[in-house]
Design a protein around this ligand. Structure first.
Ligand code: ACO
Length: 401
């Protein structure tokens, strides 16, 4: 019965919650996570069902527009994606300006932000039709930008999108086809990529999605808000963790550390066991289960050779699950632990791993930005701080410092 809002306004009380572990910043009807039971649902549908039966575009539409699309709606949106798959020539010059080994996440973030200056009519979205168009532009172009940045970094000629291919196949074509030798990925590879994207499509208010909402709360445009989210995703504790996992597994393979040594270092607080632990899940991350299964499916379908890093990962997981430190803190593999192996099996190079997560996460970013934009109760995000600096002091002249 207490009106907390007015109480706070009158007393100036502040809840100190570093990392916002227990602070609800918005209401959302997009994704439900039960971290105790390891459940993840997009708009009510269990992730496992979508991963098994839906395409990535269907899943994206569910997240962005609220419902699974009917056949004609899906066909129409696929058409919009196809219409939006090319980049403005000016953007290609932008891409050309990056150094050959430019960081793919820096490129992606800059290019998505730059889209805003090419489509000024979408900087202030007012109607559902404008929202759909902006969503199609970002979903479609993010894949072209990602593939082109990889090709440029590798000094390969750009492969333009093929309008006859579906979302995932088209991406693989832009990544791996070369002139006169088109890459025709086997169906299990396309399916594995689709599953990877679906597993990353949304995860509630994780750091990058919270960034979308933080930036969007100032009424910043969709492109700018997503560009900021990509920067947040880049960090090694978030979307960059997959790179850290691969480096860690390589360290063990190269004999620079043993599995036991790795666990001891983590327990002593000298390093983090990459791909382990998660703010919300206090059990096995359901996305990790899916991704590991997808990798094993590729192995059994003969689509990949068993990577020695997989056995190292299994060994790390096995030892950690028998160790009180990890059990007491309820630290289990998270989505990144096996995802690198899956991406490697699809031939995606390690520096592109966070970019792949960003592509997958795009529907969630877009959906959250839109939900916030429509929310009449939403206020500008402005967390408070507890000031620990000096009290007032007088200016010190230069010769007295
Ligand atoms: N290795 C070793 N110890 C860990 C790890 C880890 N990976 N993760 C957490 N811990 C320990 C902490 O040291 C802490 O121990 P303490 O209570 O003795 O101090 C306890 O577990 C709780 O950890 P917090 O840091 O408070 O957990 P938080 O929720 O803040 O962090 C995070 C979550 C950042 C994911 C963390 O588990 C981590 O650093 N993991 C490794 C990086 C990683 O894989 N990130 C990807 C996350 S998934 C995603 O972003 C898509």
């Amino acid at each position: 019965g207490i009106d907390v809002t007015s109480l706070r306004a009158k007393t100036g009380w502040i809840t100190f919650d570093p990392g916002f572990a227990n602070t609800g910043a918005c209401k959302s009807s997009i994704t439900h996570i039960d971290g105790e039971r390891g459940l993840l649902r997009y708009r009510g549908y269990p992730l496992e069902q979508l991963a098994e039966r839906a395409s990535f575009v269907e899943t994206a539409m569910l997240l962005m527009f609220g419902e699974l699309p009917a056949r004609d709606e899906l066909a129409e949106f696929r058409g919009m994606l196809r219409d939006q798959e090319l980049l403005h020539e000016g953007l290609l010059k932008h891409l050309d300006g990056f150094p050959p080994l430019g960081q793919p996440m820096a490129i992606l973030s800059a290019m998505i932000n730059a889209l805003g200056s090419y489509y000024p009519e979408l900087l202030n979205i007012r109607t559902d039709a404008e929202y759909r168009l902006a969503a199609a532009k970002i979903m479609s172009k993010v894949r072209t930008i990602a593939a082109f940045s990889f090709r440029t970094a590798d000094g390969l000629p750009l492969m333009y999108p093929n309008p006859h291919m579906d979302y995932c196949r088209n991406f693989l074509h832009m990544m791996f086809s070369v002139p006169f030798r088109l890459y025709e990925p086997p169906a299990p590879i396309v399916r594995a990529l689709s599953l990877f994207f679906i597993a990353h499509a949304d995860h509630g208010l994780d750091t990058s999605c919270a960034t979308v909402r933080m930036v969007g709360s100032s009424q910043a445009n969709l492109f700018a808000s997503i560009s900021a989210a990509i920067c947040a995703l880049w960090g090694r504790l978030h979307g960059g963790a997959g790179v850290g996992v691969m480096e860690m597994l390589e360290e063990v393979r190269g004999g620079r550390i043993t599995t036991q040594g790795l666990l001891e270092e983590a327990k002593a607080g000298r390093r983090r066991l990459m791909g382990f632990g998660q703010r919300v899940y206090k059990c096995y991350d359901p996305r990790a289960t899916l991704i590991r299964k997808a990798y094993e499916n590729l192995l059994s379908a003969g689509m990949a050779r068993r990577d020695p890093l997989f056995d190292i990962a299994l060994d790390i997981e096995g030892q950690a699950q028998n160790d009180d430190y990890f059990l007491e803190r309820r630290l289990f593999p998270n989505v990144n632990f096996y995802s690198g192996l899956l991406l490697k099996a699809i031939n995606i190079p390690v520096p592109m791993f966070p970019v792949m997560i960003a592509i997958g996460n795009m529907p969630g970013f877009i959906a959250h930005w839109h939900e916030e934009w429509k929310d009449t109760e939403m206020k500008i995000h402005r967390p408070r701080q507890v000031y620990t600096g000096k009290n007032q002091r007088d200016y010190t002249p230069m010769d007295k410092r």
